[in-house]
Write a new protein. Structure first.
Length: 542
């Protein structure tokens, strides 16, 4: 290969390599460094399949084969050197385009990410400096090795991470045993567990000394670190959020925290690809109940049909059913019931009936959407259980504000309401957001990241969401083209009254800034939609 051409190609390859290292680290990170989640992404999403079988990969494979054939042909070597140069010139241009449209995937830099980033870069450079075959051929070999190299380095961290986890879990379990009077409330579910935790903590803090797992630290190591760093002799109640991706996860966390009260918020197809089946999901989530002591208490969300059935079949502990009666039908016999629910743009009012008495109490909470009532009711019930008065609970409710990135209201340009729901996306959350949008008289825009890990029902869920969105929204903007056919099918069932399109973050932001005004609303659903939101100016509504 001509030296000048080689150095130019190497520089372009360096740009492409930096982009790819960041991309793969970001992908591993958002998949929580779990190989099973990464495999599902590669198998179930268009983006994942393109990583393995996309045109770019076929093109490089074709050049790889051609080079292998012509590598010893000095007469044609220069032609292929030029082809490789053009290939990485094109690749570098795509990096610039990704930067411009805010599509470049960059991980959150932690010590672990920095270490793997630098190691990967160093190894790539060393391998590149010692080609075993023709230099053009070798550049493509090194390029193709990158995903495997990142994966190997990730795997190298697995054993130390397991020792690290076991150490902290053991230490936390011993510390937990030192506080036999500590009341622990465990919360799990396919959705709603984070909000339920936050609202419950805000209410109980008015009466008790409360600690909780912070943010999304809903893993064994997260619970262990919370116990070690935050639980003291003064702590009266510890609220532990428990996430799960497989059978046994909630049981493991229950053995660490030892809850006497368990809250089961919901069970649906969220992460069913990881669990293997809905039945496995049910079994995994119900571990919050099976691991309670005989004198324990379980709270069940009656608005979720699966959880309502689990409540009915629970006999060995005190089983409490909470229910938000959206249609005021009175058809569910619940221990705590909310009805006469009225949704406004920045708050929800409702009445509560407790312990099946005829007396109703009026409540108000500064949150968005009627679905938040399901996450508020456990806090009201347990507040009363721990000796709080109705007046104290009412005051506590008024102090609650939306959790960050969870139906968080923002005032955008021209008075447009932006709703940041980018923390996560699941079918029920998206449908709840669509329901909330009904109260607006102006244009309604839903920015949606299509969902993954929904198993065989993924297409059905997206079709249903599109069907409901078509009845409410004027525009549905997608952050990627996963399930696009299903979404278009759902829209078509309503006569294509809702415009649908796949756009980049910058295109979405430009559309919103140019077309929306006062009394209009935009809901941003899913992590990818946050990229569009960050390109616009806004302030918090509260």
């Amino acid at each position: 290969m001509n030296d000048t051409l080689y150095y130019l190609t190497s520089g372009l390859f360096g740009i492409w390599t930096l982009r790819n290292i960041l991309f793969w680290l970001h992908l591993w990170q958002i998949k929580e460094y779990r190989l099973d989640r990464l495999i599902i992404h590669l198998r179930e999403t268009i983006q994942g399949r393109n990583l393995l079988f996309g045109m770019g990969n076929f093109l490089k494979l074709g050049i790889f084969i051609i080079l292998a054939y012509y590598v010893f042909s000095s007469e044609s070597a220069f032609i292929f050197d030029v082809i490789v140069f053009l290939l990485y010139l094109f690749s570098s241009i795509t990096v610039c385009i990704e930067l411009f449209y805010r599509k470049l995937k960059i991980p959150t830099f932690t010590i672990k990410i920095w270490f793997i980033f630098l190691c990967t870069l160093f190894i790539q450079i060393v391998i590149l400096l010692f080609p075993l075959v023709d230099r053009s051929f070798w550049i493509i070999v090194v390029d193709r090795l990158l995903p495997f190299l990142v994966g190997i380095l990730m795997a190298a961290f697995w054993l130390p991470a397991e020792f690290y986890k076991d150490y902290f879990v053991s230490k936390a379990s011993k510390k937990r045993a030192q506080f036999p009077k500590l009341i622990v409330i465990g919360i799990t579910g396919s959705y709603g567990k984070g909000s339920t935790k936050e609202y419950l903590a805000e209410i109980l803090t008015q009466k008790k000394i409360v600690e909780k797992t912070l943010g999304t630290f809903n893993t064994p190591i997260g619970i262990a670190r919370t116990i070690l760093n935050r639980i003291t002799n003064k702590t009266q109640i510890f609220i532990a959020e428990m996430g799960a991706y497989k059978i046994g996860d909630v049981e493991e966390m229950s053995q660490i925290a030892r809850p006497s009260i368990g809250i089961l918020t919901a069970v649906n197809d969220q992460h069913v690809s990881l669990f293997g089946s809905l039945q496995n999901t049910i079994k995994a989530k119900y571990e919050i109940i099976t691991n309670l002591p005989k004198n324990g208490m379980g709270l069940f969300n009656g608005n979720n049909q699966i959880v309502r059935k689990l409540h009915k079949n629970t006999k060995k502990i005190k089983a409490i059913l909470y229910y938000a009666d959206y249609e005021n039908t009175g058809d569910v016999d619940a221990d705590i019931l909310a009805h006469k629910i009225k949704v406004e743009k920045l708050f929800v009012s409702f009445e509560v009936q407790i312990h099946k008495n005829a007396h109703y109490t009026k409540m108000k909470v500064n949150l968005l959407g009627r679905h938040v009532i399901e996450n508020i009711l456990p806090g009201i019930y347990l507040g009363l259980h721990f000796g709080m008065s109705i007046r104290e609970i009412h005051k506590a409710l008024l102090s609650i504000k939306p959790a960050s990135k969870t139906m968080e209201p923002l005032k955008g340009a021209h008075g447009t309401m932006y709703v940041d729901d980018t923390f996560n996306a699941n079918p029920q959350a998206v449908l709840a957001a669509i329901e909330y949008m009904k109260i607006y008289s102006g244009k309604k825009v839903l920015v949606l990241q299509p969902m993954i890990e929904l198993g065989k029902n993924g297409a059905e869920h997206h079709e249903e969401i599109a069907h409901q969105a078509a009845s409410v929204c004027d525009v549905l903007l997608l952050t990627n083209n996963n399930f696009l056919d299903c979404i278009q099918k759902g829209i078509a069932q309503k006569g294509n009254q809702c415009e649908v399109g796949v756009k980049s973050p910058r295109e979405i932001a430009d559309f919103i800034k140019s077309n929306l005004k006062e009394n209009d609303v935009v809901v941003f659903e899913g992590k990818e939609s946050a990229s569009s939101l960050h390109l616009m100016s806004y302030e918090k509504a509260y």
